[in-house]
Design a protein around this ligand. Structure first.
Ligand code: ZN
Length: 217
C-alpha cells in the first residue's frame, strides 16, 4: 500500500533539498516523480522548485481552488507517475490534503508532502494540521537555533531586523525574512545571538541535532 508522508520542519532545514534529492533518486531508477508547488510561490521562478544550495527542478503548480485528486489522477492517466512530491505543503487547504489522501488510497501511489508545521505566530497551518492528522508517516527534518538547541519555531523579521508578530499567515517573498529558533527564543523573540545576551550555547546536543536527514525512500 502506498503511503502519505508529511515531512515537516522549521525554516531552512533542507526540506526542498531533500525533495529534490528524492526526485533525483526516482529518476535515477527510471521512475517518474511528479513535483508540485503553490502557484504563488515564484521565488525560484514560476513553476520552479529551488533550494537554498542552488538545486532546482521544474514543477507543476496548483492553486487553492484545484481538486488535487482530479489533477493527479489526470496526470497519471496521461503519463504514469511513480511518486508525488509537494513542496510548501503547509499552503495546501485541508480539503486538498483529503483529496491527496484519496489519491494515495485509490491510485496506490505515494505522496510526500514537505512543509512547515507552524507559522511565525506558532499556529499550525491548516494544511499542516490536516497532514498531521491524515499522514501515514510524519517525519521531522531537524535544524538548529542559534543557541544550539533544536529549532522548532519560526520568527518573521522585517528589513530593519525587527521581529514581526502580526500580519498575514502567507507572505511569500516581500521584505520579510524568517529565522528558525527554539521555542524559548521564539517566545523571547531573539533570532540571533547578541553581545548583551547571557545565553550561552545551552545544549550539549548540538552535534546530534546539527544535521538534516536525507531520506532516500
Ligand atoms: Zn534557542
Amino acid at each position: 500500500m502506498a503511503k502519505l508522508f508529511f515531512l515537516y520542519s522549521a525554516m531552512n532545514a533542507g526540506k526542498t533539498t531533500n525533495l529534490l534529492q528524492v526526485a533525483y533518486n526516482y529518476r535515477e531508477r527510471d521512475m517518474r516523480p511528479f513535483l508540485m508547488l503553490p502557484e504563488f510561490d515564484c521565488r525560484s521562478g514560476f513553476g520552479v522548485i529551488g533550494s537554498r544550495i542552488g538545486l532546482s527542478a521544474d514543477a507543476h503548480t496548483y492553486s487553492v481552488h484545484d481538486n488535487l485528486f482530479e489533477r493527479l489522477e489526470q496526470a497519471h492517466l496521461m503519463e504514469r507517475i511513480d511518486c508525488v512530491l509537494i513542496d510548501e505543503a503547509q499552503f495546501l487547504t485541508a480539503a486538498q490534503v483529503d483529496q491527496i489522501s484519496l489519491f494515495v488510497d485509490t491510485i496506490n501511489i505515494p505522496v510526500m508532502c514537505y512543509g512547515l508545521r507552524t507559522d511565525f505566530q506558532g499556529e499550525l497551518f491548516p494544511g499542516s494540521a490536516r497532514l498531521l492528522a491524515l499522514a501515514d508517516e510524519v517525519r521531522e527534518l531537524k535544524t538548529i537555533c542559534w543557541c544550539g538547541k533544536k529549532a522548532t519555531m519560526v520568527l518573521r523579521v522585517d528589513d530593519q531586523g525587527r521581529v514581526v508578530s502580526t500580519g498575514a499567515k502567507i507572505q511569500i517573498g516581500g521584505n520579510m525574512h524568517y529565522h528558525s529558533v527554539c521555542r524559548k527564543h521564539w517566545r523571547k523573540q531573539i533570532y540571533a545571538k547578541r553581545p548583551q545576551d547571557s545565553d550561552q550555547l545551552e545544549s550539549n546536543n548540538f552535534s546530534e541535532e546539527c544535521y538534516t536527514e536525507i531520506l532516500s525512500d
